[in-house]
Design a protein. Structure first.
Length: 160
């Protein structure tokens, strides 16, 4: 059975807003290493649409730093599964996942391969509640932002 791995960038105050992260060469290199440990990627609708808008090729020359290109190529070519009840179709080397989430993900885990990789916030929370995530990685960004989605239910920041 292949493992399901989850990795998320999180700030010191627990926020997972991708716009609050500090992109750099090391972060993107590490992301490529993570993606290379997986056969397919598993996304919810929001993460899929965000990643497709940012990373689907082609992009105009000079649109992003050269050090982002290995990540762009890797994610562009990766097989993707998209969990959504609202999308009618997907492309970008993707396939819709319908029906019972637990059953569908267990079936994907039973297939042979290196592993599955999940990103985002809402879908991983649902998968964690089902006990389906095998490995967690929290990449801590050294900043406080005070807004955005969080990767735990019921978490509230406390001001003093």
């Amino acid at each position: 059975m292949r493992p399901l791995r989850y990795s998320i960038n999180v700030t010191l105050d627990g926020c997972c807003d991708h716009r609050a992260m500090i992109p750099d060469k090391d972060l993107h290199r590490h992301a490529v290493e993570n993606l290379n440990q997986a056969d397919p990627l598993l996304f919810g609708r929001v993460t899929y649409e965000m990643m497709e808008a940012a990373w689907r090729t082609p992009t105009r020359a000079g649109a992003r730093p050269e050090w982002m290109e290995p990540f762009a190529r890797t994610i562009d070519l990766a097989k993707k599964y998209v969990v959504s009840s609202t999308l009618d179709r997907v492309d970008w080397n993707a396939e819709l996942v319908r029906g019972d989430l637990g059953t569908a993900v267990q079936q994907l885990k039973r297939e042979s391969g290196k592993g599955l990789f999940v990103g985002g916030v809402k879908l991983p929370l649902a998968l964690a509640e089902l006990g389906l995530i095998d490995e967690y990685e929290f990449v801590v960004q050294p900043r406080l932002v005070g807004h955005g989605p969080r990767c735990s239910r019921g978490y509230r920041s406390v001001s003093t």
